[in-house]
Ligand binder design. Structure first.
Ligand code: 13P
Ligand code: SF4
Length: 389
């Protein structure tokens, strides 16, 4: 399948103080696999490698656990005996792992430039200003923040300070029901400020909770008062932050319609970070873990087109050869920041640990970590939330 390679978002390497590894192995080194195996074997139980489903195959091969962002957060917390957690994913996931693990553990992100363009669309100063706007509109007391895992630790801490919860794509409906339940229920008058992915917020509120599109407004942090009048804020039930995923935002309704024309009987499954119209046109929506489980449970011979990150879709077609699996849209490519973690970075990270050097440690400020943990713990305590949701 031809691929168009597109840039996604800012490269925050310099802003995050990236260590520039002079001794990063060359990608052409034929011994990379053997070196990674040897280093991992030497480290044994001391290292625990987590791999998000969007990681490259060459990295997933060395993951002790693979999963969606919720399962990986749970797994990071479930291995208190491992001093080093190597997180093959993106920066916000490694931050969450640092918050959920013990003080004696160190979380490592093999390439500090592996950020997330969506998470970067909500800066803490913008979110604090937005809250002031809600106070000025006289509605802040009725607003509970619900923040997607794809956000900085500072935004998670804001959520904890204001009595809200974190959610992932696998438990967003439960999180929203809980949040509305704090202020009189879905049928009441309370409101949710949903950060930073407008699409996950809208899809969940409308498709799962039955709110109307008119009850959702979009708060644009680049416009005064979010570009909303006092009356619009007062009438809204869902205040959606104007953020999106640069990968999933590109899938289109036209691609779904084209797939239905090209492949009779095809089933379309997409991630809830896709636009509302795309989710409406699809047959199924789900988190990365849910997409895998749905396809695994389907009968042989089922045809799928999948609207999520390309590394996962390619892996799905290898995992389930008895099903026909295609990528939803040709002009959408890999998540460029997920792809920054490659085998040379993993080998460098593991070999550095063998030599007694901890590189690219992710350490969240203690006060931020405290309040972010409050919001993460609220998510982990939501009723019925498990990694299999
Ligand atoms: P999951 O929570 O489904 O793993 O998704 C994370 C993500 O970054 C999707 O773009
Ligand atoms: Fe962020 Fe989108 Fe990449 Fe997920 S796929 S890590 S939301 S940029």
């Amino acid at each position: 399948m031809p691929l168009l390679v597109l840039g996604q978002g800012r490269d925050l390497a310099s802003e995050r103080g990236v260590e520039c590894p002079g001794d990063l192995p060359a990608p052409s080194d034929p011994d990379l696999v053997a070196r990674a195996r040897a280093a991992k074997a030497t480290l044994g139980q001391q290292v625990f490698v987590l791999g998000h489903h969007y990681q490259r195959d060459e990295v997933i091969e060395f993951a002790d656990v693979t999963g969606d962002s919720f399962k990986l957060a749970q797994q990071a917390a479930a291995r208190p005996d491992a001093p080093w957690i190597v997180f093959c994913g993106v920066h916000f996931m490694a931050e969450s792992a640092d918050i959920l693990t013990g003080d004696a553990q160190t979380v490592i992100l093999p390439d500090l430039a592996a950020g997330c363009s969506m998470a970067d669309m909500a800066a803490i100063a913008q979110v604090d200003d937005a809250w002031d706007d809600l106070v000025d509109a006289g509605i802040a007391d009725a607003v509970i923040p619900v923040t997607y895992m794809n956000s900085s630790a500072a935004i998670k801490a804001f959520t904890g300070r204001h009595g809200g919860t974190i959610c992932t794509s696998s438990n967003a409906a439960t999180a929203l029901e809980w949040a509305f339940g704090q202020t009189g229920g879905v049928g009441g008058t309370g409101k949710v400020l949903f950060l930073p992915d407008q699409h996950l917020g809208r899809n969940t509120a409308v498709r799962d909770l039955g709110l109307s599109l008119e009850e959702c407004v979009v708060f644009d942090p680049h416009r005064p008062h979010g570009g909303l009048t006092r009356e619009q804020l007062q009438a809204a039930r869902m205040i959606l932050w104007r953020g999106h995923c640069s990968v999933h935002g590109r899938f289109s309704v036209e691609a779904v319609e084209q797939a239905r024309r090209d492949i009779p009987g095809v089933k379309v499954i997409v991630h809830p970070e896709c636009q509302y119209e795309v989710c409406e046109a699809a047959d199924e929506i789900g988190s990365t873990e849910r997409i895998i489980q749905t396809i695994a449970a389907a009968p042989d011979g089922t045809s799928w087109v999948v609207g999520t990150e390309l590394n996962l879709v390619q892996r799905l077609s290898q995992m389930f050869p008895a099903q026909q699996i295609a990528f939803l849209e040709r002009s959408v490519c890999y998540c460029s920041t997920m792809n920054r973690i490659d085998l040379p970075h993993l080998v460098w990270t593991l070999e550095s640990l063998v030599e007694g050097r901890v590189v690219n440690a992710i350490k969240v400020d203690p006060d931020v970590a405290h309040w972010a943990r409050v919001a993460l713990d609220q998510m982990l305590a939501l009723p019925g939330v498990t990694s299999k949701d």
